[in-house]
Design a protein around this ligand. Structure first.
Ligand code: URP
Ligand code: ZN
Length: 459
């Protein structure tokens, strides 16, 4: 079946212009003004007064993430539904083996788990230790077309790497022209602070934030950038939350280092005053890194508008209140993370574009084009161009919504954006040429594609 999208205003990373789009066999086949009708052979979608955007790419989600309090509450089916409804057609999740498990075995298991995702799906692969097999396993992944890896400088007791092992990973991935995504927090320092607070009887959620001050992120960023330079490896700094970190990123980029940075809506829109109150109000904001000050929010918005941060992911990792209660008497046991995959586009559009903090082009760059370019998916994804996958969002810029845990599609009884007003939402979400969602309702059953063998980074 062919589809024509008519009367819309196309927005890409480079330009905004009126044109119609013909889709054939899941691919964009023509883009011109006033496409001739094809009665009987093409369905028509009227995009009048709407923007036609590339489908969103969320480069940072954790569906069905194992934690001591149970799995994060969205599995690949429920989380990808919420993603589609919000205008995200590709998600990038993680393969995180258990120590002692082979990376390739963990990759196979994760691919099966992700088989129910309705979005397209890709993985960053995490070495969680460096054994005599790790180099070979990383090379096997690279041969299979995986070029994006993720390491943690925090969580050293289970998945974090020490600096020597991190440097080894950077060297291997750098040699293959891959990229390492890094969770930058100095794990050892944080561990000392966490235990100190707990031993003083300071058990509430706010001590989660106080034990992870912005300096612990900034010091890790600085160290990582030095190591990446030594190793000659491109790096992607996930969920940057603080103004302090930005100066290190700026210097490295100005010196020509291949460094990309991500932030998330929570670090742009929420602040640490939310840790004041009782457990049932504050535990949902326990995430790593934690929420910072309003001045950090503003510094991050500025970094988006200046291009210092190139990507906005969500770090979608929801836990229910019952799961958060595992840490009722000990903040160290509260599972880290919060949901947001459904709201990324609406929040960025409302509080970024409509408040003149970023342009429409930057909105598309941050939510789709740059993640696609950094992780080798462009121009198959996020380009509205002949030959590209027909993953498109018909964005109505006039709808009004209020985010609420009682009406969202994420599988969780908590929502950190509860009460946030948004303007704009997808009228249609088209994935692989099919209508995947329409005004908040899912229309597809069939799973998305696993995106193997993405090309090298390309701009
Ligand atoms: O608090 C967070 N971010 N939870 C998810 C796991 C991680 O640290 O990225
Ligand atoms: Zn994460």
């Amino acid at each position: 079946m062919k589809t024509i999208i008519r009367n819309g205003t196309i927005v890409t990373d480079k330009q905004t212009y009126p044109a119609d789009i013909l889709i054939e066999k899941g691919t964009i086949s023509r883009i011109v003004e006033n496409l001739p009708s094809e009665p009987g052979s093409a369905q028509e979608i009227d995009a009048k007064a709407c923007y036609v955007l590339p489908g969103g790419i969320d480069p940072h989600v954790h569906m069905h993430l194992p934690a001591p309090a149970g799995f994060s509450s969205d599995d690949f089916l429920s989380g990808s539904r919420a993603a589609l409804i919000g205008g995200t057609t590709t998600i990038i999740d993680f393969v995180t083996p258990m120590r002692g498990q082979s990376i390739t075995e963990a990759l196979d298991i994760r691919k099966k788990e992700a088989g129910s995702a309705l979005t397209d799906i890709m993985f960053h692969v995490s070495p969680v230790e460096f054994t005599e097999n790790t180099e070979k396993e990383l090379e096997q992944c690279i041969e299979m077309g995986i070029r994006s890896f993720k390491v943690y400088m925090a969580y050293k007791s289970n998945i974090g790497l020490n600096d020597d092992d991190l440097l080894k990973v950077l060297k291997i991935v750098g040699k293959a022209n891959g990229i390492v995504a890094v969770h930058c927090e100095t794990g050892d320092e944080i561990e000392v602070l966490r235990n100190k607070y707990f031993e003083q009887g300071k058990i509430e959620p706010k001590y989660h934030a106080l034990s992870r001050p912005p300096e612990t992120e900034a010091r890790a960023v600085r160290k990582l950038l030095e190591m990446a330079k030594e190793a000659g490896c491109a790096v992607y700094l996930v969920h940057i939350s603080s103004a302090l970190s930005l100066e290190h990123i700026r210097k490295a980029r100005e010196a020509g280092q291949e460094v990309f940075a991500e932030t998330c809506p929570q670090y742009l829109l929420l602040d640490d005053s939310l840790y004041e109150g009782d457990f049932s109000q504050t535990a949902k904001f326990v995430m790593s890194p934690p929420l910072r000050k309003k001045t950090d929010n503003e510094a991050l918005w500025k970094a988006l508008s200046e291009g210092l941060i190139q990507s906005v992911g969500t770090d979608h990792c929801p836990f229910t209140l019952a799961q958060k209660k595992a840490g009722l008497n000990n903040f160290r046991k509260i599972p880290n993370g919060a949901g947001g995959v459904e709201h990324r586009l609406a929040l960025l559009y409302t509080y970024g574009v409509l408040e003149n903090r970023i342009t429409l082009q930057q909105f598309v760059n941050l939510t789709a084009a740059m993640p696609a370019k950094i992780f080798g998916l462009y121009p198959r994804k996020a380009a509205i161009a002949v030959g590209s996958d027909a993953d498109l969002v018909i964005w109505n810029p006039n709808t009004k919504n209020i985010i609420s845990a009682s009406s969202h599609h994420q599988h969780c009884d908590l929502n950190i954006y509860d009460g946030f007003k948004t303007t704009g939402s997808p009228e249609y979400v088209i994935k692989g040429g099919e209508i995947a969602a329409r005004k908040g309702e899912i229309k597809v059953q069939n799973p998305g594609c696993y995106l193997a063998n993405p090309a090298r980074r390309g701009f």
